[in-house]
Design a protein around this ligand. Structure first.
Ligand code: DQA
Length: 151
């Protein structure tokens, strides 16, 4: 069995299944599968092995986080609107106890006040927002460093 810790779960929450239908000025106009394809390329370049998950159901997201320590060594999380209020998801991420980076396509700190609040505050290594898809690349680099993975 390999002892390399390089598996990164890329988790998307509510409304990411319709990413291509959301405001292109905020979210880039691409579909989730296009975004995941791009992330997969960047992950492999960084020496990481990506796995992907998306759901619109909060309980399913929580249950995936319960299984996370068996599936991955780190996570990259964009929980969409749940970011701003789901303490259940924050508690489950805390229990998973893996290195995590929070990413947002849009600049959540420059939008409505309610988007400035993140339940992941204090649980993640870093929050990256407003950099579009490039934010994911940055997050992967943070996680590669954290896991001690050399590209
Ligand atoms: C988002 C920002 C959230 O406020 C919003 O609810 C989303 C997407 C982003 O990637 O910019 O669904 O997480």
């Amino acid at each position: 069995m390999s002892t390399t810790r390089n598996r990164v779960a890329v988790l998307h929450g509510v409304n990411f299944d319709i990413l291509e239908r959301r405001d292109p000025d905020l979210y880039g106009g691409r579909s989730l599968s296009q975004l995941e394809h791009q992330i997969a390329g960047w992950a492999r370049e960084a020496g990481l092995e990506p796995l992907f998950f998306q759901t619109n159901h909060e309980g399913e997201f929580v249950e995936y986080l319960h299984r996370l320590p068996d599936l991955a060594d780190a996570s990259l999380i964009n929980a969409g609107a749940w970011t701003h209020y789901s303490r259940a998801i924050a508690d489950a991420l805390d229990v998973a106890a893996l290195p995590a980076v929070e990413v947002h396509l849009s600049d959540v700190d420059a939008r409505e006040d309610w988007r400035k609040v993140s339940v992941f505050d204090g649980l993640v290594i870093e929050k990256i927002s407003g950099k579009g898809a490039d934010g994911y690349r940055e997050a992967l680099d943070v996680l590669a460093r954290e896991l001690g993975v050399a590209a």
